[in-house]
Design a protein around this ligand. Structure first.
Ligand SMILES: Cc1cc2nc3c(=O)[nH]c(=O)nc-3n(C[C@H](O)[C@H](O)[C@H](O)COP(=O)(O)OP(=O)(O)OC[C@H]3O[C@@H](n4cnc5c(N)ncnc54)[C@H](O)[C@@H]3O)c2cc1C
Length: 353
């Protein structure tokens, strides 16, 4: 007999959505450390809600409270290729959010019935009857042990559940480094930067409530040096950085093929970035997190004979979407192809200064 029928590890967009959808109907535990307090974990993120993520919320008939939005809402991305010095603007339909408030709002929608443990899961073992034993450490430092019939890994890029289920699995990973600065640029803007000298992925900047956030995804080795080198190069493009208010970093996955996605096995499931579900072209992950949580909730509620197989089958459209993003990558990340695309002006907009 276990303490819970389901334990969800991680309460980001994926875990919070799953807990909201299934939490009222079974005995569920959510393990996540995030709170409103200032020293609580805050996910480093661009905080842009893509049209796909907006559609996912529309399908839930959920509306977004306005205090989650930040100032200003931006309608185009300034795309800069530091190799060729080519610059283009493209129309975008993102919503500019406060990511921590967004995460806390998603957590606030979880039914009371779900037991919330504020802390981290440190160790997972399988009990002789096939159920799970979780050793957790609370935010205050106290250790607690829980047992559950099923576990859900919603614990993001560095998932302990994925490592437990697939110890050999390697998904391409980057270190995302972000710094916050007082806004000193003449005008708030959103940008996407390509600089093959410092990274084979991309960087971004976004203005939020008089704060200018600059971040990028870098190969883990020498990530900080490359981040600083890129900042120097961007100063020549008019970027004003000043003294950082804070520096944050985390791992971000970048799948190279639909086979990188792992959905779980033997009573354990993976959703969101823990499963490797994130766009390798734009690093957009919120829509994948919310949609995979919805699919898993439907599978678990459908009482399928083989829920692992059913969930894996229902994730196929997402694998295809990841494949389409993999195929898009050369046009964004191959220096020659990108330069041709940008020089052609396809889909760009003319900005009148
Ligand atoms: C710098 C950066 C910028 C990004 N910008 C955007 C963007 O603008 N738009 C977008 O759509 N996507 C963006 N992404 C991707 C997006 O943030 C993720 O794909 C998305 O948050 C995944 O949601 P998730 O719920 O799967 O995981 P997460 O949001 O990572 O949530 C995982 C949760 O699990 C908790 N956790 C981790 N380990 C444990 C443990 N052992 N025990 C208990 N809890 C645990 C964490 O504290 C966290 O709360 C960005 C990513 C990065 C790194």
């Amino acid at each position: 007999m276990s303490d819970f029928s389901i334990a969800i590890i991680g309460g980001g967009p994926a875990g919070a959505t799953l807990a909201r959808l299934i939490g009222g109907r079974c005995s569920a535990l959510l393990i996540d450390g995030k709170t409103y307090s200032g020293d609580s974990f805050r996910k480093p993120c661009g905080g842009l809600l893509s049209p796909d993520a907006q559609k996912a919320f529309a399908e839930f008939d959920l509306t977004l409270p306005k205090d989650i939005l930040v100032d200003p809402q931006i309608f185009s991305v300034r795309t800069i290729d530091l190799r060729t010095h080519c610059e283009r603007h493209y129309q975008r339909f993102y919503m500019n959010l406060d990511r921590h408030k967004f995460d806390m709002w998603l957590k606030s929608l979880i039914p009371e019935k779900v037991v919330k443990f504020y802390g981290k899961c440190r160790n997972i073992t399988r009990r002789p009857d096939g159920t799970f034993r979780l050793v957790c450490k609370g935010n205050g430092g106290a250790e607690e042990i829980f047992t559950a019939d099923r576990i859900i890994g919603a614990d993001g890029a560095n998932s302990i559940v994925r490592k437990f289920l697939y110890p050999q699995k390697k998904i391409r990973r980057y270190t995302a480094v972000q710094q916050w600065f007082p806004e000193e640029n003449a005008k708030p803007f959103y940008s996407c930067i390509f600089d093959p000298e410092t990274s084979d992925c991309c960087s971004w900047s976004i203005s939020k409530d008089n704060i200018f956030i600059f971040g990028g995804a870098f190969a883990p080795y020498k990530c900080r040096e490359n981040f600083e080198a890129q900042k120097k190069r961007l100063e020549k493009f008019g970027f004003v950085f000043g003294e950082p208010l804070k520096t944050e970093a985390c791992m971000v996955l970048r799948p190279e093929s639909p086979f990188d996605i792992c959905t779980g096995r033997n009573g354990a499931f993976l959703i969101g970035e823990a499963a490797g579900l994130i766009s390798p072209s734009s690093l957009e992950g919120i829509s994948f997190a919310v949609n995979s949580a919805r699919i898993l909730a439907e599978v678990l509620e459908g009482n399928a004979a083989d829920p692992e197989k059913a969930y894996s089958a229902r994730i196929i459209p997402m694998r295809i979407k990841i494949l389409s993003k993999v195929m898009k990558c050369p046009f964004m990340y191959d220096p020659l192809l990108r330069s041709l695309v940008m020089k052609s002006g396809i889909e760009s907009i003319k900005v009148i200064k």
